[in-house]
Design a protein around this ligand. Structure first.
Ligand code: ADP
Ligand code: ASP
Ligand code: MG
Length: 461
């Protein structure tokens, strides 16, 4: 069996849904489990609707129009979306009356996007003689903790999914079982409240199902030709990376590449299930395949990514504590304030680290740190990450600094990830696109990486 996941842009309107149904039809004999995102920008529209409801305005019109028009263009009975649209309107009315929205009700609200899209797709597939059935994720076993808006799946999800989807996966072609079309992104916590797995969470739903059912492969269908050497919105010449490892992709996603959910590699990393990233707008393109290790020695640099809106914190010990006690105290303070750290560089009496400005409340943490250190906080920084083979770090660092220093860029901190697949640099947010372009040109431009490997690299392999 296989898992096929289609992102929001792949199911944005009736025409795209018709096209995707055609792709699914081609794989119907492979016993596919389908995972869908919400149509187009529906998740954002739902979040905007919550904000409007907080201001006393209930607007479901755009969401209602998109789904109803799509259903009627596809020739599906509106009954497929009407009950959910009614429930959505009731929820927004409630929010507008209370003038408050908790993380719990926000998750309930955004869940409508995926719940609507799977119903439309399943009804359309069935109308095309490809029998299919819409399934909400909790009905196929997705159980999570109650960390609303970024929930983690509970371990029992493995067994649940095997129990509930296993019989379909193990069945034979022609046994008449409908293709499950499952909502990505959502789950339920032990109390039965709907949760979401964080933005982009449908990727995780798909890889989890694939790993639990030991799929031949998980296909994630997007609007780009695979994992690219960098964000195509920053560098239009970015090109597909044919093969990448789970570790490389996990780091790429964690350090800012929107292409896959940061935790989506975890399930397949455990089982070795291959993940393929394909373009639903360009089916012929081979895409990228994500596996445990490279089949042959690849070129040293795989991809470049960046994460803006980061704060750099320099902490210098005022008591000249040895590194042992000092670092322990620093990290205890971060843990006590639940501030997570992305990139770290240390010396014996100082440590520099980055935190996500959007998530961290630094004032109280700073107060604690200042009891034993002096603290300098620098906002508006960016992390530029080179996903690479760190075994060849001397060469990569030399080439990186040469490219940056000749362009007059001053790197403020550097860190080599313990995962052995990344080198991260800190620069000003305003410089980060420029840094990404310079490094992309250095590693994926005309001269490529020949000098780093001694033979023609021909780009990312
Ligand atoms: P979907 O919603 O289909 O899952 P996303 O929109 O979440 O897809 O992710 C795909 C988008 O990620 C691309 O359209 C592209 O603009 C962006 N992106 C950023 N960095 C990369 C990268 N390194 N490789 C591919 N896409 C990237
Ligand atoms: N619809 C959700 C989002 O926009 C989940 C996903 O697309 O994967 O983040
Ligand atoms: Mg996504």
């Amino acid at each position: 069996m296989i898992v096929m996941k289609f992102g929001g842009s792949s199911v944005a309107n009736a025409e795209r849904i018709r096209h995707v149904a055609g792709i699914i039809g081609k794989f119907a004999d492979k016993r596919p489990v389908i995972v869908l995102s919400a149509m187009g920008d529906t998740t954002d529209d739902l979040l905007d609707a919550a904000d409007a409801a907080l201001g006393g305005v209930v607007t479901v019109d755009a969401i209602e129009k998109l789904h109803k028009d799509t259903a009627s263009e596809l020739g599906i009975a509106p009954g497929v979306v009407d009950p959910l649209l009614g429930e959505l309107r009731t929820l927004l009315t409630g929010i507008s009356m209370l003038r408050e929205v908790s993380p719990r009700s926000r998750d309930y609200l955004v869940s409508f996007g995926e719940r609507l899209s799977v119903r439309i797709m399943a009804a359309f597939l069935s109308s095309q003689s490809v029998r299919a059935e819409a399934r909400d994720a909790w009905d196929v076993g997705f159980a999570s903790d109650s960390n609303f808006m970024n929930a983690d799946l509970l371990p029992e999800t493995w067994e649940n999914v095997r129990k509930l989807l296993g019989p379909y996966a193990a069945g034979k072609t022609g046994d008449g079982m409908p293709i499950p079309v499952v909502t990505g992104f959502i789950a339920k916590d032990p109390k039965g409240s709907i949760t979401t797995l964080g933005r982009g969470g449908s990727d995780l739903t798909a890889t989890f199902i694939g790993a639990a059912l030991d799929a031949a492969e998980v296909q994630t269908w997007k609007d780009v030709d695979g994992i690219l050497t960098t964000d195509p919105r920053v560098v239009k010449e970015a090109r597909p990376v044919p093969v990448a490892t789970y570790d490389e992709v996990a780091e790429l996603a964690y350090f800012g590449a929107q292409v896959l959910h940061p935790r989506s590699m975890q399930p397949c990393l455990q089982t070795g299930t291959p993940v393929r990233v394909k373009n639903s707008y360009n089916i012929e393109a081979p895409g990228s395949i994500i596996v445990t290790s490279h089949p042959s020695t690849p070129s040293p640099v795989r991809a470049i990514t960046s994460k803006k809106g980061v704060t750099l914190v320099d902490i210098v010990s005022t008591r000249m504590l040895g590194q042992y006690g000092f670092l322990a105290k620093v990290f205890d303070s971060f843990a006590a304030h639940s501030v997570s750290v992305d990139v770290v560089a240390t010396s014996e009496v100082s440590v520099s680290l980055t935190v996500d400005s959007k998530k961290a409340n630094l004032a109280a943490l700073r107060h604690d740190l200042e009891k034993f250190s002096s603290v300098d906080v620098r906002k508006d920084r960016a992390i530029v990450t080179i996903i690479c083979d760190v075994k060849r770090s001397s060469l990569i660092l030399a080439a990186t600094f040469e490219a940056l220093s000749s362009a007059g860029i001053n790197v403020q901190m550097i860190s080599q990830g313990a995962s052995k697949v990344n080198i991260s640099l800190i620069c000003d947010s305003s410089e980060s696109d420029h840094v990404v372009r310079l490094l992309h040109e250095r590693y994926f431009g005309k001269s490529g990486q020949e000098d780093l490997i001694g033979v023609s690299a021909g780009g990312a392999t």
